[in-house]
Design a protein around this ligand. Sequence first.
Ligand SMILES: Nc1ncnc2c1ncn2[C@@H]1O[C@H](COP(=O)(O)OP(=O)(O)OP(=O)(O)O)[C@@H](O)[C@H]1O
Length: 304
Amino acid sequence: MTLTEDGQIVVSGLTKHYGKVKAVDDLSFAVRSGRVTGFLGPNGAGKTTTLRMILNLVTPTSGTATIGGQRYSDFPHPVRQVGAILEASAAHKGRTGRNHLRIMCAAAGLPLSRADEALELVGLTPAAKRKFRGYSLGMRQRLGIASAMLGDPKALILDEPANGLDPEGIRWMRDLLRKFAGEGRTVLVSSHLLSEMELLADDIVIIANGKLVKQGPVETIVNGISQAERVRVRTPDADKLAQALAGKATVTQENGVLLVTGIGAPAVGEAALRAGVVLHELVEERPDLEQVFLELTAGKAGIR
Ligand SMILES: Nc1ncnc2c1ncn2[C@@H]1O[C@H](COP(=O)(O)OP(=O)(O)OP(=O)(O)O)[C@@H](O)[C@H]1O
């Protein structure tokens, strides 16, 4: 299925103050349809408050949020426009997954047959008639996504959906979200872990302290980060190599190992060859993404 109508999410000057706390502060960004967008920020950055404002669950102090050009409050049938999970899926423990969804269908004025279709979509059909109390965390997450998909919405908003999932669960989530985006939907997923977003998202919006820090395709952000990449060199001729690299790169020595920034491993290898230096090890080290994320948002998180 391809959706022709655009479910783009546009956040414009969105602000929410709780007394003196500026939970969200003049925040603007756009979330494209047909892509998975990660909404990233440290704890307390304002992600949930932003998502709740998009879904009209919190009234903004100022600014607007629209989905497909309309405010949530103006949708005649919101479940057909946007599906959301804002907290870990909860259902009556003694109810089956299928009945849980059927009750939601009835409440939303949707045909009950959507329950089985949504279960199929998330691979829960075999567990449809099992009681919720016996569902694993991964199955609960699937049920949550199934409930968000009941209305076949153009946009999907998920708050920390990968929380508590193991790597296989995260891969499953990635494939499912990719599929939804491939159908032309807008998929907005929040997380406080950059590594998780690197796996799940095409684009990322990073916020801290209620404000935008960075926004763009994952590769652009990660490549921007990789400028800080460094090359680790182990050689018995460390001083000679350091001299050969002087003026071309920044070199530091640490426990007999040279750490080189500013040029890549091939250039270091060539310089070593020209200088007649033997190398025992030559490795490009990728910076720890979480560390970079913390640096990007450093000092902006405050104590929440
Ligand atoms: N109802 C509320 N009343 C007062 N302060 C609030 C309320 N909701 C959120 N806040 C404050 O607003 C700030 C942003 O919170 P929010 O939950 O949006 O952040 P978050 O990025 O989703 O964080 P987390 O990942 O921890 O859920 C925090 O300082 C929080 O304490």
